[in-house]
Design a protein around this ligand. Sequence first.
Ligand code: PRX
Length: 698
Amino acid sequence: MSEAREVLETSEAQIAVHWKEEEYVYPPATFIAQANMTDPGIYERFSLERFPECFKEYADLLDWDQYWHTTLDTSDAPCWKWFVGGKLNASYNCVDRHLAKGKNKAALIFVPEPEDEPHRVVTYQDLYVQVNEVAALLQDYAGLKAGDRVTIHMPMVPELPVTMLACARLGVIHSVVFAGFSGRACGERIADSGSRVLISMDGYYRNGTLLDHKVKADEALQVAAQEGQAVEKVLVWRRFRGQYVSQAPMREGRDAFMDELLPKYRGQRVAPVSMPAEAPLFLMYTSGTTGRPKGCQHSTGGYLAYVTATAKYVLDIHPEDVYWCMADIGWITGHSYIVYGPLALGTASVLYEGVPTYPDAGRPWRIAEQLGVDIFHTAPTSIRMLRKAGPEEPKKYNYRFKLMVTVGEPIEPDVWRWYHEVVGKGQAVIVDTWWQTETGGFLCSTMPALHPMKPGSAGPAMPGIHPVIYDEEGQEIPPGAGKAGNICIRNPWPGAFQTIWGDRERYVSTYYAKYCKNKDSKDWRDWPYFTGDGAFQAADGYYRILGRVDDVINVAGHRLGTKELESAALTVEEVAEAAVVPVVDELKGRAPDMYVSLKPGYAPSKAIEEKVIQAIETIIGKIARPKHVYIVPDMPKTRSGKIMRRVLAAISNTMDVGDVTTLANPEVVEEVRRMVQGERAVATQEGPEDIRRFGEER
Ligand code: PRX
């Protein structure tokens, strides 16, 4: 790749950047000709001088029952209120308003995991009928009303968005918990949100197995009860109508099957409740491994306006598209960019039940071919996994993507190029969208018809988002400085979460305290939003994200971005995945330990280990030389596919690996542990704070 480079002179407050600049890749003319956003003037219209009124342009994409009188109310800083005085309903905007022109159009296309089970199309008319009937049930049977919270613990089936939209119709605040989470995690979230009702499902397919899901509901209720929250009703959807696939008993008087209750509500219609713009639409918990989970509270008007506009301009969604986001609805990506954004735009959103590599690595491309998917949205971890399992697979299928999305972690330029050339067949535009659960929608990305792409860089900030990079002392790091720092956003925006549910103090201390200029101020200029990510800005204004600042490895006083090291390891031909963790080193304080897995057809060897070390020394420098390179059969991963660096760090440092039962592949942990520590029993030691916090899932 690049010639050896010296470590830049950086202080403890800064992070050195060793990455070389990548070449631009330009969007094809055919894409530009049909794009929703081709006016470069949008950045001028959303300049800081025009803030906050500029965001009217986004809000105008929605149907309002009543217009707002105040665009941004800062009187309760830093809890910002958008479009105050305005009223609207999210379910009306995602469903009813499309009926006049598109009731017969697909809203959701459900693809079951078993390949012989046909896909199911839910039209906008179907969605309207189902959302109304479920809303009637929630209102009359479960006694739910505006402002109540409901926990929804459901897999990727169309009944999930139906249930969310039914809540939204009533102004009920939904809290969707990722189905892969344990009953305990669900129970903690039920308690934190104060939900009286849990909506669950009996089972679903994952990796060829029909999983029992209802058992988790029982555990969840126990945990919630221990935390003082009683749940009165458990509503259970069934994967197959009239057939119960769970072993868990139904508790008389508490549990009920949705398919048995629903016929009583046939034909019922519920008028959408006109909600204040700043009323909470949902809670989304970020999954910390330590401390209580944080319930990010998102608003109705600001959130919906922001995700609708960004889905339209960045994802380039038109009503005619077939759009497939492979994320799970249990994460923010699914909320914003499977459900609310795409449906507000009246498009067809594909929901896939299972894992992308089931039964083989060709599955996503067969789905794309069969449904005519033209916008494809996924994460680097899936891209790496699909490349590892079937590098040539996409070529066998006849699909055509106009746009592809990557989200969730920095993408290595090498992986980006495979995505572009092989998956996108060199024709699709890629948007690398950087954002967070807390931010509701995208913060940085290229505008696909306006900017060239740069592999590995998210791109410029979104219109109306004004980032600033601070070092630890609060000094601004200018573009092109070759140094990274803490990326913050100078101004509020409508998609931002409103607070942490029930814990305003934690909201302020986590996200606003660090660089606040005056904590009594009601002026938004005094309250930069702290993202917790490290980033640097190139001279051309593009942002490149290094990952969580907590994940930085401090080697002999040099703060190394983990992503850079992993990126370097991935330039080695044989390497499929790489994860780096800090290991205690007597001399340097911390040293990097590198874990890699190989592409199929390669066997572990000393030579490959050597190549990885060589690559890191050449690309980053000798300072970053890994203490060990471990070639592992697979990485321990969460159910959403993120590599569990926390677990690897614990293994490297002979610390307790903690609870790994919720991982996608818990058996790998023991295998890797044995490989690193040998057969001896695990010596559990506390370990230093930075290593304990390293790689914390959020
Ligand atoms: O570190 C950033 C990384 O994921 C974090 C947010 O995670 P979560 O709240 O789970 O939301 C994921 C979906 C938005 C960020 O703080 N991240 C997200 N997108 C990118 C990214 N890092 C680099 N590039 C991205 N495109």
